[in-house]
Every structure is written in structure tokens, then in C-alpha cells.
Design a protein around this ligand. Structure first.
Ligand SMILES: Cc1ncc(COP(=O)(O)O)c(C=O)c1O
Length: 412
């Protein structure tokens, strides 16, 4: 009989195993569970986060700084761990801004992006002195008024909605009509008057997409972004300090996907830096990444509480599901649901396998952890593990739905 191989594809190779069981940061799932006194949890491995930072540093010229987008994983120990490893934080709310500030990250290296910032959020950011990535002409006007009232000059970067998009992205955030950023054409008009406005224009933010595994798409977006940035720098009445080139580096979630090969992206960035050396002289360049840094470092673990067969389908029913891990259920941006990599964490390999559908405890057909996967035979009490879960986990999930217990987290 063929043995189920523990590592189904490369997105499951980042952790160790011992006695056929998954280990994270040197601990088995049972040990982590005992430490937390919880049998549903997210666990994040520091070593994998560090490896991802190193992958970026090894490929991307040091001239380009690395910022972490806290939205991907705002767990406080993760933020604290990343603080000395990255050059800045991007935040998407006042709460994230306060976390970033309290982590000790320098104020000038914190940027605040996102549509619909309220006057209270803008005021908080003005007071703190963080850089506001301005999403509309209206937001810029409100900032001017609030800055006058607070007698403090807002630090701003204009977020540009470019005419192009990042092709083949999980999420397209630019090109065409978008709630994010100011259309490229309008930015050029705004720049004509910016010198008269009571703000300090630090630079530009050009973010066009996320979750991209295609080097050629990233290269094309970088070429277009550098060209657009050069146009904006030339149109700016004074030399800006900062250009945020966006992000978009993806991670492999689904069968057949491969880790992003950064070799060609790296060569292209080197070439672009040379080409635009003069235009961007003294300007700080930034790439901002969320999931690339943290997603591969995290697993979601829950326990099988029931096993049943319904008309030929074997179900493993678990104590965790969509309410903790919406993205894995396929309801956070997937068009057609695909399985994240999953394993039986305490039986990574076995001679006895079976096809199962793994579901959570919610009374909705949407609560699927894995659909028709072949895994080592599992029973009540075994651990179900979902890999690639270190980003957009608990905070991107409807934890209160149906009132089940909240999920625990730990960084090891
Ligand atoms: C402005 C901005 N920065 C960073 C990110 C993080 O994206 P990712 O986690 O895919 O790197 C996003 C995602 O929506 C974003 O909108």
C-alpha cells in the first residue's frame, strides 16, 4: 500500500516533524495545546518569519527598504518580533497605528493607508506624526483643515491609483476605477497646487495588487511603477523623500502553486535602480509586504470531535472552522474554493489513508476546512492542521458567529 507522504507540496515543508508528528518552534501540537490550555489555536514559527525576511533581503537590493503591513497579522508578539527585522510598518487603522507606535518603530517609518479614514483617525495620525497615505482629494482637504485645527503639519504621501494593474494577482488594488488612492491623472493636477497646501508631502504610495506568484507580472508592475514614480517626482514642486513601490509578493496556497522565484524580480529591480538612479537620488524606496513575511510561518490547529459517514462521504467534524479561519473556507476572496494544504498533525504519514471532507462546527455548508482530501486515517481526538495560515487568520474571521470559543494564538 502506498504511504501518504506528509509533505504534499512544497508549501508544507517549512516545519520539522518528530515521531510522525508536526513540530513548531520545537513543540508538538499537544505541547502547544497544553501550554495554551486550548485545543484550537494558531501557532506561528519565528524561524520561518525570519527566513522569509532573509529571502526578501537576499533578493531585493538593500537600496529598497522592507515594510511590514500589519493587517496581515497584527498579533502583538509577531509585531514585536518583526520590528527589528523590517524597516517600517504600514497600518490600516488607528488601532494598528497605536500598535506600531508602541512597538518602538520610528514614527517616520510608519505609514497609514486605507480608504474612509475618519476625522478622528486622521487627527490621531497627525498628532502622532505618522505618514498618511492619502486616498482621495477630499481626504487631503480634510487633512489640511484638521492640521490647522491641531496646529500640526500633516505628513502625507499621495496614494496613487495607477492606470495599470498588477496582472494575475489574488487581489487587484489598482487600474480602472478603485476606492483606493487618487487616480494618476488627478494626482498630477493636485501636485500643481500642493506647494500652497499646509501639508508636508513626503512622497508617493503606488500599491497595485497582492498575492502574486508570477515573477513576470511583478517585473512588469515594477517597470510601470518606476516609470510612473519618475513622472510624479518630475511633476512635484520639490523633491519628495519617499516612494512606496507597493508589494504583492505572494505565497503558494494551493496544489500546483510554487514559491515565488525572486531571481528574475531581483535582476529587474537592480536594473531599474540603475536606470532611475539619478531621478530617485536620495529618495527612500520601499516595498511593503504582509503575507509574504508571515503566512508560511503559521498553522491553524483544531481537533476532530466527530467522524461520520454520510452517503459515502466520510466527514471529520472539528472544533474549529470558518469562524476562526475564513480565508481557508474560501470565503475571503476566492472565486472557486480550493483547499489549503492540510494534514493530520499527529499522524503526518501512514500506511492507511482515506478520503475525507473536513468541516467545522458551524451549521452552514460554507464551514469547510478541506474538501475531499486523502489523508492518513484520522479519528476523534486527532489534530487537523491547516498550513499557510499565518496571515489573514483570526482578525480576518467572524469569530463571534454562533458564539463558539475564541481561537488562541502563540508565537514560538
Ligand atoms: C495598501 C496595502 N498594503 C499591503 C497589503 C498587504 O498585502 P499582502 O498581505 O498580500 O502582502 C495590502 C493588502 O490588501 C494593502 O492594501
Amino acid at each position: 500500500m502506498s504511504q501518504t507522504i506528509a509533505v504534499q507540496h512544497e508549501s508544507m515543508s517549512q516545519f520539522c516533524q518528530h515521531n510522525n508528528a508536526l513540530m513548531l518552534g520545537g513543540f508538538s501540537l499537544q505541547q502547544i495545546s497544553t501550554m495554551l490550555d486550548k485545543d484550537v489555536f494558531y501557532a506561528y514559527d519565528k524561524a520561518v518569519i525570519q527566513q522569509q525576511v532573509q529571502r526578501f533581503r537576499a533578493a531585493v537590493p538593500p537600496r529598497i527598504k522592507l515594510h511590514y503591513a500589519i493587517k496581515a497579522n497584527p498579533y502583538w508578539p509577531v509585531i514585536q518580533y518583526l520590528r527589528p527585522l523590517v524597516d517600517g510598518f504600514d497600518v490600516a487603522s488607528q488601532k494598528e497605528m497605536l500598535l506600531a507606535l508602541q512597538s518602538g518603530m520610528a514614527v517616520r517609518d510608519i505609514s497609514f493607508a486605507g480608504p474612509g479614514k475618519t476625522d478622528a483617525e486622521l487627527s490621531a495620525a497627525i498628532c502622532a506624526g505618522v505618514t498618511l497615505n492619502v486616498e482621495s482629494a477630499g481626504e487631503l482637504n480634510r487633512l489640511c483643515q484638521l492640521g490647522r485645527q491641531l496646529q500640526q503639519t500633516p505628513q502625507v504621501a499621495l496614494r496613487v491609483n495607477p492606470a495599470f494593474e498588477l496582472k494575475a494577482s489574488g487581489m487587484k488594488m489598482a487600474g480602472g476605477a478603485k476606492p483606493f488612492g487618487i487616480d494618476e491623472e488627478q494626482v498630477l493636477e493636485l501636485l500643481a497646487n500642493i506647494a500652497d497646501m499646509p501639508v508636508n508631502l513626503r512622497g508617493f504610495h503606488i500599491f497595485c495588487g497582492s498575492q502574486n506568484l508570477k515573477p513576470e507580472a511583478l517585473i512588469e508592475a515594477h517597470q510601470l511603477t518606476f516609470a510612473l514614480a519618475a513622472k510624479l517626482v518630475a511633476a512635484c514642486p520639490y523633491k519628495p523623500e519617499l516612494i512606496n513601490l507597493g508589494g504583492g509578493f505572494g505565497i503558494p496556497y494551493f496544489p500546483g502553486e510554487k514559491r515565488l522565484d525572486l531571481t528574475a524580480v531581483s535582476a529587474s529591480l537592480q536594473q531599474l535602480l540603475q536606470q532611475y538612479n539619478e531621478a530617485f537620488n536620495d529618495i527612500e524606496l520601499v516595498i511593503e509586504l504582509g503575507r509574504f513575511l508571515v503566512a508560511e510561518a503559521g498553522i491553524y490547529a483544531c481537533k476532530v470531535v466527530d467522524k461520520k459517514v454520510s452517503r459515502g462521504t466520510t466527514y471529520l467534524v472539528c472544533n474549529g472552522g470558518l469562524h476562526h479561519h475564513l480565508a481557508n473556507s474560501g470565503n475571503f476572496g476566492q472565486v472557486i474554493r480550493k483547499n489549503y494544504p492540510v494534514a493530520i498533525g499527529n499522524k503526518l504519514s501512514s500506511d492507511t489513508t482515506e478520503q475525507v471532507t473536513i468541516v467545522g462546527p458551524l451549521c452552514t455548508p460554507l464551514d469547510i476546512l478541506a474538501d475531499r482530501v486523502t489523508l492518513p486515517q484520522a479519528n476523534v481526538g486527532d489534530w487537523v492542521v491547516v498550513y499557510q495560515s499565518g496571515a489573514y487568520g483570526p482578525t480576518a474571521s467572524p469569530q463571534d458567529f454562533l458564539g463558539h470559543p475564541a481561537v488562541a494564538e502563540i508565537l514560538l
